[in-house]
Design a protein around this ligand. Sequence first.
Ligand SMILES: [Zn+2]
Length: 388
Amino acid sequence: MINSIKKDCEATGRGGERQAVKALPFSRRSFLAKTSCFGAFYAVAKLIPLPALAAELAGDSRVSATPIVDKGFASVRKIGTGLYATISDTSKGFTTVCNGGFLAGKDAALLLEGYAGPAGASFQMDALRMVSQVPVKGALDTHYHFDHSMGNSFYGGNGVPLWAHATTAKRIVDNYGPLQGLEKEAALGPYEKRVKEAKSETERAHAQSDLSAVTGLFQIANSTMLGLPNHPIDPAKLPLSVDLGGLTAVIESYPGHSGTDMIVRVPEQHVVYAGDLLFSGWYPVCFDEKATISGWRYTLKKFATLDKDTLFVPGHGQICGQEGIATLREVFDDISGQAEKMYKAGVPVEEAQHRYVVPDKFENFPVYAWGFTIGPAITKLYAEWGAK
Ligand SMILES: [Zn+2]
């Protein structure tokens, strides 16, 4: 399978200076998925169907039973007064990939996320215009990861100010800039090597999942015109209240997923747009060099203290209530519990990161590439415990 992917990608690959790449962050996506290079990647994402809205949320008076628009790859649903959630379903397409949404007050609107490409951002703008004609005050990337930022150029081209954590622009340039003009071999070679040199079938399967994810990332970042936030938000100056006219959004920043994470909270309606600080019914993506497991667990503990009726829009997965926070905390507890046993038994980290066993109760939780989720969670935990 790898060989055929390799051959196909070579046929469509772009030339360019060979450059070294330290680490390739995660994602997947969109119209390029139609090309054969996306074969493996597309197959992986197709296995991640979106669960239906939980019964208790379907009965929540804030949540509209019918989406205002449903394109398969994403639907947009009203979840409060002037509040809308865009929920992606990668089993049906890659135009948006991440979740997001928008807030529309009497005077202005705030859009969330740049999605996996300009078509995703455009889809969101169209959805806003179905319900409101107020001026757009800004579009906020909840963090720099490319499934949340590759459509930024759409906002730039339409005069929408782009908001994000102050370090987001630099992280986009540092992580995705080097992939532009890079030869495919330089980007994927190390991952292909890991598949070939895997010491066991488990390690091979893990390496294969990483290669699929990175193939998708490379194709997208290599071919996307990067758009950088022009409205940096200093995390030291948060929380920031944004008055949209009868609707107040509060922007806050928390540690955990990427070092650039921001959430948008609407306290009056108990709604939180959590970005990737919340994976709902998924294993959390922890690969980022600035990801911190203890920080993330602290953040989730904070979220758990919010109102019991809080409605959360996660970065990936279905809309949830406090039970979604509780479940992700359980996932972290489980990873940490298994890792701690191995750490105390003297299992080296290189082995431990592959030895985690998914328990039955999480067996349906998508693992978006082992080396972007469970593997780095264990490596980071070992580091937090002082492993050399
Ligand atoms: Zn992310």
